[in-house]
Design a protein around this ligand. Structure first.
Ligand SMILES: CC(C)(COP(=O)(O)OP(=O)(O)OC[C@H]1O[C@@H](n2cnc3c(N)ncnc32)[C@H](O)[C@@H]1OP(=O)(O)O)[C@@H](O)C(=O)NCCC(=O)NCCS
Length: 198
């Protein structure tokens, strides 16, 4: 299993910038300098925000920096998804470790030129390794709108189980409560799947 690093190439420790590598991408904790107009634009894009039940945020650079700074690289991570050799991310992957034993994750591919390129599957696989093997959580889960077909497809293709329907726990694009579908993966399920495919 590749070890997780920090930005100067040393082994990662809680609180430090996290760097993970996949075949096509470097995942790195975002910092204030990553609050570029492109990144800020994703927070103001209805197509990106509505799946999460938000209207465009009307954010400026300072709002984006404040948000980035909420991630402590201990239990909250906001990892930019950088194609190798490129300094601008195409999206980001968020991890919330809850109670030290489980993690909620979500993914945004902000650069729509990368939609359809199976980025979420590649990035989430590396993050599952990190969460199960290094942080030691027993479960990783996510919730999606029943109309977010691409996300549902991605969870199913990756082998996540459907835990159930969370009635009215989300908001739709108009701000009306809507059901959410909960998906999860247990550590032993991921290890079996990873073992079977290596
Ligand atoms: C959701 C998101 C991450 C998906 O990105 P993506 O994986 O590149 O999306 P794709 O369009 O390739 O769809 C993924 C898969 O679902 C399939 N799919 C998409 N819409 C579908 C539909 N209506 N019916 C059936 N399958 C569908 C695609 O064919 C694709 O499968 P393939 O790889 O075998 O071709 C991206 O659209 C995004 O960031 N959206 C905004 C934020 C968001 O919704 N995040 C997730 C919240 S939980």
């Amino acid at each position: 299993m590749p070890e997780s690093l920090t930005s100067d190439g040393e082994r990662w420790a809680p609180g430090r910038v996290l760097v993970l590598e996949t075949q096509r991408f470097v995942l790195r904790s975002l910092t204030a300098k990553d609050a570029t107009p492109t990144y800020v634009g994703w927070w103001n894009d209805p197509e990106i925000q509505e799946p999460f039940g938000f209207r465009p945020r009307n954010w400026g650079r300072d709002d984006a920096i404040r948000n980035i700074q909420r991630f402590d690289n201990r239990s909250w991570f906001n990892l930019g998804i950088f194609p190798k050799g490129v300094d601008l991310p195409v999206g980001f992957f968020v991890i919330f470790v809850e109670g030290g034993y489980r993690a909620k994750t979500l993914v945004v591919i902000g650069d729509k030129g990368w939609w359809g390129a199976r980025v979420p599957l590649e990035v989430r696989a590396r993050c599952l390794d990190f969460l199960f093997d290094e942080i030691g959580v027993v479960l990783v889960y996510g919730t999606v709108s029943p109309r977010n077909f691409a996300s549902i497809y991605n969870y199913k293709v990756q082998g996540f189980a459907v835990d159930g329907v969370l009635r009215k726990q989300g908001l739709d694009a108009a701000g009306k409560p809507e059901d959410q579908i909960a998906f999860s993966m247990l550590a032993e399920e991921w290890r079996a799947k990873r073992g079977a495919s290596s």
